[in-house]
Design a protein around this ligand. Sequence first.
Ligand SMILES: NC(=O)c1ccc[n+]([C@@H]2O[C@H](COP(=O)([O-])OP(=O)(O)OC[C@H]3O[C@@H](n4cnc5c(N)ncnc54)[C@H](O)[C@@H]3O)[C@@H](O)[C@H]2O)c1
Length: 325
Amino acid sequence: MAASDTIGVGFVGAGDISILHARAVQRCPGAKLVGLWNRSQDRAAQRAKEFGCKNYESPEALVRDPAVQAVFVLTNLETHLEYTKLALNAGKHVLVEKPVGVSVAEIEEMRRLAEAKKLVCMPGHNYIYEAGMNRSKELIDAGDLGRLVSCYAMYNIHHPEEVAKRYPGVVRQILTHNSYILLYLLGKPKRLCAMKACLHYREYTEEDIAMVQLEMENGALAHLCASFAADDHAADPWTVMVKVIGTGGSTRYSYRDHVEIKPGLVHSQTYTAYAGSIMNEVRHFLDGCVRRGEAPLSTMADAVTAQKMIEACERSIRDGSVVTL
Ligand SMILES: NC(=O)c1ccc[n+]([C@@H]2O[C@H](COP(=O)([O-])OP(=O)(O)OC[C@H]3O[C@@H](n4cnc5c(N)ncnc54)[C@H](O)[C@@H]3O)[C@@H](O)[C@H]2O)c1
């Protein structure tokens, strides 16, 4: 597409996360949110008014519109495959929220279809679209951290039960983030073991905390934590914290570098990096991948590996075993 063309965007799904995506498209030069479709009409009409865009009567009508070149799939996990296929088959590029699919097979199907259609299909792996993460990766790739020793990717953000109930447990909902971060920075794991618990919900039975230990192919060890159970209020909190330690140096990325004292969607405070990472991701997708043909920083092949890690965690939890990938 020509550098001067405006990229028209359509949203399938207009839940909470669409608010951050709408802001991101608005701030992306050369892009415009054309319209959205949402299953419930009340929500669709309200969000279309807020975002100043069309409200399509069906997802088919949205993907048929020649004014739309890129579709964001922002619905619940179980429907990602259906809407991603619909958009790709209509010739549209796709950004699909994480977790990308419910199984490795689903993600493979999306990847193959996008390849066959020569379209971009990019996983919504937003956390790595941050300058601090990218600098860590550059240092690692250049060998400036020496021999990599360990990586910690920690997430401790309290989610009330009524919010958590809209999602799967934290293994799928959050460890997916930790997994693609680890893949981006350190590469693939060799084996892992995981544990989970449910500590603060009254009725919802999915886990609100999970932890994973991993041995990486490069010999380093890693630790991942995903918790909706409690915020970390102590000094230098591990709200979202990613650390890489090597024999030649180490790096840190933290959500606590920028905090606004107002609720941020479902978070008790606004962690600027959350919305910021989605802005960077959307810009990379639209301006980098769709317009200029650049590759995503995390690909559908990475989404497949991340899903294999999630399924290995589930097996480890179920059997109390160490799982080789
Ligand atoms: N990248 C991130 O940091 C991040 C954060 C939160 C959510 N997400 C992901 O974004 C997606 C949406 O999450 P959300 O927070 O907006 O949730 P939400 O509950 O606010 O919205 C869910 C959306 O899915 C739609 N939906 C539910 N069941 C449907 C069905 N059967 N058919 C069609 N539509 C259906 C709802 O109408 C709504 O539009 C999920 O995949 C979630 O994992 C990503």
